[in-house]
Design a protein around this ligand. Structure first.
Ligand code: DQA
Length: 149
């Protein structure tokens, strides 16, 4: 039997992790985050698909791909840090609703302790769970959470 797959999707500017506002996002890079996710997936017997894009449509396409895997019974879930698109994107909300993927919305920072424009998420209402403020270790926690569902 195929291992269930976890998609970890990262939106705009997350390629800058490590040098981007380290007081907010820490000093670990996106490559470090990928390693942490690989270790979490290994622990739970999941296959990992890890992606980052600065383009909204690329994130939509990956959610569609995850939806096809879910329909085939081969998806453990999606962990999505949509970055700023969280606060702007009806297209990402529609992709999550349209595919019905099991999705964890994740933020490295506690968005509720920051500017008010970060308090609203278009995606949260269609997410299974929302996790924010744990720094990059939140990615591992989200994968542990998917394993427990
Ligand atoms: C973020 C929070 C967003 O508000 C911001 O636009 C990001 C990163 C986080 O991980 O804390 O790009 O999603």
């Amino acid at each position: 039997m195929k291992k269930p797959t976890v998609f970890v999707l990262n939106g705009p500017n997350l390629n800058l992790l490590g040098t981007r506002e380290p007081a907010v996002y820490g000093s670990q890079t996106l490559a470090d985050v990928e390693q942490l996710c690989a270790a979490a997936c290994e622990r739970h017997g999941f296959a990992l698909r890890f992606h980052q894009s600065n383009y909204e449509g690329a994130l939509v396409d990956w959610i569609h791909e995850a939806g096809r895997l879910q329909a085939a019974g081969e998806l453990a879930g999606v962990v999505l840090n949509a970055g700023a698109y969280t606060h702007t994107s009806v297209a990402l909300l529609d992709a999550v609703k349209g595919t019905g993927v099991t999705l964890i919305e994740l933020h490295i920072s506690n968005v509720h302790a920051r500017e008010s424009f970060r308090h609203h998420s278009y995606i949260a209402g269609a997410a299974k769970a929302v996790l924010c403020g744990f720094g990059v270790q939140g990615y591992g926690l989200a994968i542990d959470g998917l394993a427990g569902l």
